[in-house]
Design a protein around this ligand. Structure first.
Ligand SMILES: *Cc1c(COP(=O)(O)O)cnc(C)c1O
Length: 378
C-alpha cells in the first residue's frame, strides 16, 4: 500500500522484533515468566526485577518501534498493561500542577475520567473537537496537546502535521492516540508527534483475547519519566499477554488489509440505505474526513459508524445480525457491533452504532448486514 520505506509492511510485520536466529532456538522465543532474575553482586541490568524489565517485553517493544517508525534510530517503546495505562503514563508523567493540557472533546470514553483526575492534581484541561483541527484554537499556553485521530467513536480526523507544527511553535508537546489506525495505518512520529500512544487491545493484536498498551517516542528525555511512571504505577503487561501480542503482530498487515476492504464494503452497502444516517468511515470517498485521512493515513481502520432512527431499531438490528457479535471494543478478527449510547458518556444519538468489521468473507458480511437491516425494519 502507498509509499514504502525500504521493505513492505507485511515483510516488516512478520519479522518485527525477532532476535537474531540462534541454532535450535525458536524464531520468537516463548514468554519469560520471571518476578526476578539471578543477580549476584552489583544490581546492574538489563534484567533485575520483573516490574522493571522483562525479555518478552523487550522483543515486543522493539517490534512495535519498528512498525511505528520504520528505519528510524533511537526509537524507544514501552509496553504497559492496557491502553489506559499508556494514556495515563504519558499524561501523568509529563504534566505538573499549573500546566495546561488540550484534550479532544470527542475522544475515547475514559478521557473525561482522566480529565477529572488531572483537574484534581491542579492541571488545567481544555477540550475542543477533533474535526476541522479545532484544537488549534485553544493551544496558547498549553504544555501538551493530546490528539485522537481517527476519533473513537465519531471517526473524525484532524491534520496531525498541521497541529503538531502549531503546537511545537508554542513549545507544546504532542501525543497522538494511534489506537484506531494502528502503526500500519498511520505513523504519528513521522507526522511530527512527540509520542505515539495506543491501546494494543484492539486491532493491533486483533483477537480480542488480551489487554495491552504502549508508548513510542524518539526522545529518550521524554521517555524517561514515562518509564519511571510505569515503574511506580506498576502498570506492566504480563509476559503471556506480551508474547501473544508479538505473535499477533505477524498477521497485522493481513488483518488490516482484509478489515479495510470489508469496512469499505459495509460502508458502501450502508450508504444506499434510507434508514441509515450519519454514516462515517475515513476510507469512504465523500466522507468529511476522507481528504485529510487519505493524506496522512495508509489504511483507514476497521470501524464504521452510523445511526439508525431509534434505539429500538438499533437493538433489533444488532439482534438480527448472525455473523456479528453484539459486543464492545473493536479491531478483532470477528466482527462486532454495539449501540454506543448504552454506555452513556459519548455524545451520540440513541440509535448510533459502532461497527467493527472483522476478517470474514466480504460477501457474507455485507449480506448479513443488509438482511439484518431488512429483518429489523418492522
Ligand atoms: C480502547 C481505547 C483506549 C483504551 O485502551 P484499553 O486497552 O481498553 O485500556 C484508548 N484509546 C482509544 C482510542 C481506544 O479505543
Amino acid at each position: 500500500m502507498s509509499q514504502r520505506t525500504g521493505i513492505g509492511d507485511g515483510t516488516r510485520a512478520v519479522r518485527a522484533g525477532l532476535p537474531e536466529p540462534v541454532k535450535h532456538e525458536p524464531a520468537l522465543p516463548g514468554p519469560v515468566f520471571a518476578a526476578h532474575y539471578h543477580l549476584p553482586g552489583d544490581p546492574t541490568g538489563p534484567y533485575t526485577y520483573g516490574r522493571d524489565e522483562n525479555p518478552t517485553w523487550a522483543l515486543l517493544e522493539r517490534a512495535i518501534g519498528e512498525l511505528e517508525a520504520p528505519g528510524q534510530d533511537g526509537v524507544e517503546t514501552l509496553v504497559l498493561s492496557s491502553g489506559m495505562a499508556a494514556v495515563s503514563a504519558v499524561l501523568f508523567s509529563q504534566l505538573r500542577a499549573g500546566d495546561t493540557v488540550v484534550l479532544p472533546g470527542d475522544g475515547y470514553q475514559a478521557l473525561p475520567l482522566v480529565r477529572d483526575q488531572l483537574n484534581a492534581y491542579g492541571v488545567e484541561v481544555r477540550t475542543a473537537p477533533t474535526a476541522e483541527d479545532a484544537q488549534l484554537d485553544v493551544l496558547d499556553g498549553a504544555r501538551l496537546l493530546w490528539i485522537e485521530t481517527p476519533s473513537n467513536p465519531g471517526l473524525d480526523v484532524c491534520d496531525v502535521r498541521r497541529l503538531a507544527e502549531a503546537a511545537h511553535a508554542r513549545g507544546c508537546l504532542v501525543a497522538v492516540d494511534n489506537t484506531l489506525a494502528t502503526p500500519l495505518g498511520q505513523r504519528p512520529l513521522e507526522l511530527g508527534a512527540d509520542f505515539s500512544v495506543a491501546s494494543g487491545t484492539k486491532q493491533l493484536t486483533g483477537h480480542g483475547d488480551l489487554l495491552l498498551g504502549y508508548v513510542t517516542s524518539r526522545d529518550a528525555g521524554l521517555m524517561a519519566p514515562v518509564r519511571r511512571w510505569r515503574k511506580i504505577a506498576g502498570a506492566i503487561p504480563g509476559p503471556m499477554e506480551s508474547w501473544l501480542a508479538h505473535r499477533s503482530l505477524a498477521t497485522l498487515h493481513l488483518r488490516a488489509d482484509r478489515q479495510g476492504v470489508n469496512a469499505l464494503a459495509v460502508a458502501e452497502a450502508l450508504k444506499g440505505r434510507p434508514e441509515v444516517t450519519g454514516l462515517r468511515h475515513p476510507g469512504l470517498p465523500g466522507d468529511p474526513a476522507h481528504k485529510i485521512a487519505s493524506q496522512q493515513m495508509r489504511r483507514y481502520g476497521c470501524v464504521v459508524s452510523f445511526a439508525l432512527p431509534t434505539r429500538e431499531r438499533a437493538d433489533r438490528f444488532l439482534g438480527a445480525l448472525r455473523l456479528v457479535d453484539d459486543a464492545t471494543s473493536f479491531g478483532g478478527v470477528r466482527s462486532t457491533a454495539e449501540r454506543r449510547g448504552r454506555w452513556g458518556g459519548d455524545a451520540v444519538p440513541e440509535g448510533f452504532i459502532r461497527f467493527s468489521v472483522g476478517v470474514e468473507d466480504t460477501e457474507d458480511l455485507v449480506a448479513d448486514v443488509l438482511r439484518a437491516l431488512d429483518d429489523s425494519a418492522s
